[in-house]
Ligand binder design. Structure first.
Ligand SMILES: [Zn+2]
Ligand SMILES: [Zn+2]
Length: 176
């Protein structure tokens, strides 16, 4: 979905859009799934020489795998952004390009259009937790048989022994 900059009537406007899951470009092997509509709302300000400032929020629910039990679960996400869009310039000098790429608050547009779906996907990535957990009490997987301990009681010996301690014990036993 694009935002046509030519269609803006005023130097300052408020924009709100909803994205159905099928409208967002989720790459294969992506670490999350979009299962319900994502809301994008922002203020856009036209600045000097073709620059635009977009400040707002991406909000919705995505499905991510729990980092402990690997089961997908619904995660509410909200990500605030404050971005500068500048016209994409072809054939930038190498040094110049590097500076722009390092700057996470600067994005590019071309053909008088801002690609809102890319904006949304980027914000969803930024909103992902480092270690998503289906619940704080998630029991995770059994390290021995791989069963999901939230739903299965396996017969494995759950007593965990520090391998260093075990090595020490073995040493003591052999000395006897
Ligand atoms: Zn879990
Ligand atoms: Zn087990």
């Amino acid at each position: 979905m694009h935002l046509s900059l030519r269609s803006l009537q005023n130097a300052h406007e408020h924009v709100e859009k909803q994205f159905a899951p099928s409208l967002l470009p989720v790459a294969e092997g992506e670490s999350f799934r979009i299962v319900s509509p994502i809301t994008l709302s922002f203020d856009i300000d036209r600045q000097e020489t073709g620059r635009y400032r977009l400040a707002g929020r991406v909000k919705g629910e995505i499905e991510v795998p729990c980092s402990r039990c690997l089961e997908p679960y619904a995660l509410a996400v909200a990500s605030d952004f404050d971005l500068r869009y500048v016209p994409h310039v072809e054939n930038l000098g190498e040094g110049e390009q590097e500076v722009e790429e390092d700057d996470l608050t600067t994005a590019f547009y071309a053909n008088d259009q801002i690609e809102l779906d890319h904006l949304v996907m980027e914000q969803l990535h930024l909103a992902l937790p480092m270690k998503p957990l289906c619940s704080a009490a998630c029991q995770g997987l059994c390290p021995q048989c791989g069963a999901n301990r939230n739903s299965t009681v396996c017969a494995c010996d759950q007593k965990w022994e520090d391998p260093r301690l075990a090595a020490l014990k073995a040493l003591k036993t052999s000395k006897k």
